[in-house]
Design a protein around this ligand. Sequence first.
Ligand SMILES: NC(=O)c1ccc[n+]([C@@H]2O[C@H](COP(=O)([O-])OP(=O)(O)OC[C@H]3O[C@@H](n4cnc5c(N)ncnc54)[C@H](O)[C@@H]3O)[C@@H](O)[C@H]2O)c1
Length: 329
Amino acid sequence: MHSILIIGCGSIGERHLRCFQQSGRCTVSVCDANAKLLGEVSQRYNATAYASLSEAVQAQHFDAWVICTPAHTHLTIAREGAAHGAALLIEKPLSVTLDGIEETRTAITSSDRFVAIAYVYHCFPWIIAAREFLQTGALGKPLHASVVAGQHFPTFRPAYRDIYYARHETGGGAIQDALTHIVNAMEWMIGPTTRVFCDASHQHLEGVTVEDTVNVTARHGTVLASYAMTQFQAANEAIFEIHCEHGSQKIESHAQRWATMKHGETAWTWHTTPPLERDDLFIAQANSFLDGMEGKPCNLSTFEEAVQTLRFNRAALDSAATGLPITLS
Ligand SMILES: NC(=O)c1ccc[n+]([C@@H]2O[C@H](COP(=O)([O-])OP(=O)(O)OC[C@H]3O[C@@H](n4cnc5c(N)ncnc54)[C@H](O)[C@@H]3O)[C@@H](O)[C@H]2O)c1
């Protein structure tokens, strides 16, 4: 049994606690600076609770840390985890700036423990299958990609005004909070973004001023791409299209299905996965992480892939602020 410490048992930390327990492969302890929340969550799942990270590490060694605090704290905690000799699963986005990346890279290299970033789209069966199909080359080279995505954020996260989401400095706004998942998934499928031109604005969400609406024109090397997202729309949807030399691929993430259409065909051929609950995807992520710790093959986002997506996040924010396109070297 692996010993796992969840750091921060807010919205996503509680889900990780539950889903790591569901794997049946580890014991899970938890710490949080909020004593009331810690008490409630640890009781609900019968988990050992620590009032702080330092109290937890004084009490015992943990094989892995799952970092579920707001993004501006991730790298500092990751370096502490590396010094502790723990494997690390770090929530997205990796950070809010590139400060501390080099030191963190050095720390995790010398600790020689498994590290992954919790970009959970890497565990969506329809994304994995579409990516694998794309990599067979059956459709030829990707040439153009687009994503239209969004949801009614207040429905899914009613507390949005009072959490990290309200400020860029703590990882908030549509770019760092939601678009980052989509772009990381697309980078996993067609390679890193190399150019970003972003328009973003606060259009509708009450009680915050960060952007809730984003349009991006990008390049992933030779692939032209566009992203459109709102966080006030009625439909909770994410539709990816990738058009290649010999045909097209489409993913409807909300419908848990993907399709192809070759030149000459007139209808999509759909592949639908058996219905999965949200927790199923996080249980899959927990199992992938435990596999990675055990040296088995693992699909999760690497540290370097998450650094690349962080560079996208920064470029998108800078482009939106200046009105200028940004080239990522
Ligand atoms: N993968 C996903 O689908 C997904 C979903 C939601 C959030 N997230 C990410 O997870 C992170 C946390 O988001 P959340 O929604 O759970 O936030 P949250 O505000 O609900 O919870 C964060 C918790 O961390 C605790 N905390 C902060 N600093 C701490 C410290 N130094 N030591 C111990 N506890 C500390 C807070 O008390 C709080 O309870 C963010 O980076 C966010 O982007 C990912």
